[in-house]
Write a new protein. Sequence first.
Length: 207
Amino acid sequence: MESASRQAHWEKVYTTKGENEVSWFQQSPAPSFELIVQAGATHASAIIDIGGGASRLVDHLVEQGFADITVLDLSAAALEAARRRLESLADRVHWIVADATAWEPAKAYDIWHDRAAFHFLTDEKDRAAYVARLEQAVKAGGHAIIGTFALDGPEKCSGLPVARYDSAGLAQALGPGFRLVHTRRHEHATPWGSRQMFQFSVFRSEV
Ligand SMILES: C[S@@+](CC[C@H](N)C(=O)[O-])C[C@H]1O[C@@H](n2cnc3c(N)ncnc32)[C@H](O)[C@@H]1O
């Protein structure tokens, strides 16, 4: 999928649907937050949420005192929704509207978090572009936490095909620069009560 049509798709989603009208809505970002803490994040750690959309993870990180948070997403409308919700606290966050496969990182991060963005990259070329940014943007010894649909998860999300993973498949996709340190499965309940199986894997940058 070309970047422009990807962006048009997501802008339409976030301008036509409310927060809890999307399958990925999560009131509490507990699984992601726990893994960020487990990866050794301190309040001074630079944390980026890739494809963060309108997720409440950023609210939680700000509330808990994390001071260097960036949220990147293709959709300006998604980030605007999160900013509105955070009100004056939004100024404590760096917001980037960009395609994760084309963005040029301006700094390095201790923690790269991605819940349900990487799995939309079904072309090898796009995955390679994402991994190049990941390698560039994560500090040596830093961590990448990537949540995707598991092998027994749905084949589509938001009407788009996804690539499903287990930790071994994801490790292969990320390449030798990242060592798997932890993986867990997570069953997500959509706002309408259906179940979606995710995997979250944590990798340490070895480069
Ligand atoms: C299923 S939603 C998940 C949103 C958020 N991570 C959460 O957990 O609520 C996928 C998000 O990834 C974003 N996205 C998809 N492809 C992207 C890309 N290539 N670069 C940046 N963001 C992307 C979409 O705009 C959308 O916000």
